[in-house]
Write a protein that binds this ligand. Sequence first.
Ligand code: GLN
Length: 306
Amino acid sequence: MENLQTIFEQAKELTAKGKAASYIPALAQADPAAFAVSLMSMDYQIELGDCSKTFTLQSVVKVLSFMVAANHHGIEEILKYVDVEPTGDSFNSIVRLESKNNKPFNPMINAGAITIASLLPGKSMFEKVKSVTQFIEKILGKQVYINNEVYLSEYHSADYNRAITYILQANGFLKSDVEQSLQVYLQLCAISVNTSDLAKIALYFATNGKNSDAVCSKEVINISKALMLTCGMYNFSGKFAAFVGLPAKSGVSGAIIAIVKDGEMEHLKGPIGIGVYGPAIDEVGNSVAGIEFLAKCSKHYDLFCL
Ligand code: GLN
């Protein structure tokens, strides 16, 4: 009889099949065998593995910065700068920025997220970053910090993202200059969390914002969930939606949030937030063990997404 613990143990074996991201030097130091999962409902929490480990949000932050920008400007204004269409390309692809329709396809790829970073409320880099950290702090009910080592490590090796940012500026999509847009984006990627924080963020979506004081319009929460379902797992999003069926967002640190609108998993009932950390990632950029864990859970338990 499978239970969460055995599903976790089985998924953990797959860490051997992935590798920690190496294009950001500081992320390459992560222990590829690490694997931890937190699952949270409104009144119960399950922790599997070492859930005290901290790591950076990386692309998971993209959905949160989108929410802050969309709440501030309204969705109609945001759509002038970033679309909500999946690409099927890798997260840092540059190719479509040169096509006739050169607007970034969605806020979950780097081009869209850097554009969103430039649209965040505030004039200075500090204010823009703070608009998102404050939103996250409201959800979590605690302060969050930026891992400066990871930020600087990525900043000094950000040739690809810098190239994307210059093209965005040349095409007129940036609301702040290249350096500020890039720095805001990279600082947000380096926000430090643990799996319990991820589960709480996921529960925020699962409860439509009812698990905390953080304010976000229902329209923006719904669009965010749709974006996660269609574009949240990079160019694996279609398969993940088909075979796992949960809105989710991953990051190259090995982080994943997954949202269960209504489900039953052992003592967890109703809306459930799942937070995963497994730094051994596949060639697309998703935690190998994390994908396996979520796929097995969705097969074994009744989980509803929308
Ligand atoms: N900071 C990373 C980057 O811009 C985030 C990418 C990711 O997590 N997929 O490359």
